[in-house]
Design a protein around this ligand. Structure first.
Ligand code: ADE
Ligand code: ZN
Length: 319
């Protein structure tokens, strides 16, 4: 079967595209001491037991990002890789709060990533979606939103990520309402490790337009019916789910069940440098492991285009 090119990437964290080689190169550029003997030692730490275990390494490796140029370098490297995968539209997550503790302010992060996005390969459109960290106080998210809006950098939306279990979305109702009033699109990670109730809360309390992951929605039949009826897009990341042990094996991934239930699922990469593959790799892996039909592959690609935050003209081009 010929693969449908993955034209649209809607769930990728820019800091999750930091490849081990680039981590080492940036550490040298910025004279940051890393607790790894060498590249192999770093790579040996990529066997994750769960989301929190991954997040510990993901946040620790951000120590190498100091200057706006580092963020630009990382972003450019990702966009080049995405272009090779056939991606023509990217909505990129960034975690501004994750850099504050090192004294790297929101303007530096945004300036760097947006400079990288400005160099997107010809024909590729991009949008930036800063995410609030759900395991940090809502007041901090509020301050970060002020800084985001004050930056003058064009933003597509806001999201919610980081450690999900025990961190329901509801605490962020006010900051999401403010973001919506500022004209930003709204998404949130929900139902990755957390329960189906968090998916419901993200929709009802935050008013999100798209759910990132959402695989645990399957545990609540009434919610599944609603998600299908309302055609709520779910950005599913199969290699991530396996590497973070949300799903036992790729062959056991619930993607076919989700498709069968009529959910508006599409396939994305999450943190490709950590989970063994970019969006093209994710598509190829599920096609093979789950024996998807040509029609199912087409539906996944088409769902991604319909879920993108683009105008009608651009959507028609991407179809
Ligand atoms: N931040 C980066 N990757 C994430 C994921 N898979 N879930 C939650 N937060 C994240
Ligand atoms: Zn994610």
């Amino acid at each position: 079967m010929t693969a449908t090119p993955p034209a649209v990437e809607l769930h990728v964290h820019v800091e999750g595209t930091l490849e081990p080689e680039l981590i080492m190169a940036l550490a040298e550029r910025n004279r940051v001491e890393l607790p790894y003997a060498d590249l192999d030692d770093l790579r040996a730490r990529y066997a994750f037991t769960d989301l929190s275990h991954f997040l510990d390494l993901y946040y620790a490796n951000m120590a190498v990002l100091r200057e706006a140029e580092d963020f630009a370098t990382m972003t450019r490297a990702y966009l080049e890789r995405a272009a090779r995968a056939g991606v023509r539209h990217v909505e990129l997550f960034v975690d501004p709060q994750a850099h504050l503790a090192r004294g790297v302010g929101v303007p530096v992060v945004l300036e760097g990533v947006s400079a990288g996005l400005a160099d997107a390969p010809a024909g590729m459109t991009t949008g930036l979606i800063p995410c609030f960290l759900r395991d940090r106080p809502a007041e901090e998210a509020d301050e970060v939103l002020d800084a985001l809006l004050a930056s003058g950098v064009p933003l597509l939306g806001v999201g919610l990520d980081s450690a999900e279990a025990g961190n329901p979305p509801g605490r962020f109702a006010d900051v999401f309402a403010r973001a919506r009033a500022a004209g930003l699109r709204l998404v949130a990670h929900a139902g990755e490790e957390g329960p189906a109730a968090y998916v419901r809360e993200a929709l009802d309390v935050l008013g999100v337009e798209r759910v990132d992951h959402g695989i645990r929605a399957l545990e609540d039949q009434a919610l599944v019916t609603r998600l299908a009826e309302e055609a709520v897009p779910l950005t599913v990341c199969p290699l991530s789910n396996v590497r973070l042990r949300a799903v036992r094996t790729l062959a056991a991934h619930p993607l076919p069940l989700m498709l069968g239930a009529g959910l508006a699922v599409s396939v994305h990469s999450d943190d490709p440098a950590y989970f063994g593959g970019y969006v093209d790799d994710n598509h190829r892996a599920v096609m093979e492991a789950l024996h998807l039909t040509r029609a199912q592959v087409h539906t996944l690609a088409s769902n991604a285009v319909e879920a993108a935050f683009v105008d009608d003209t651009r959507r028609a081009e991407l179809r």
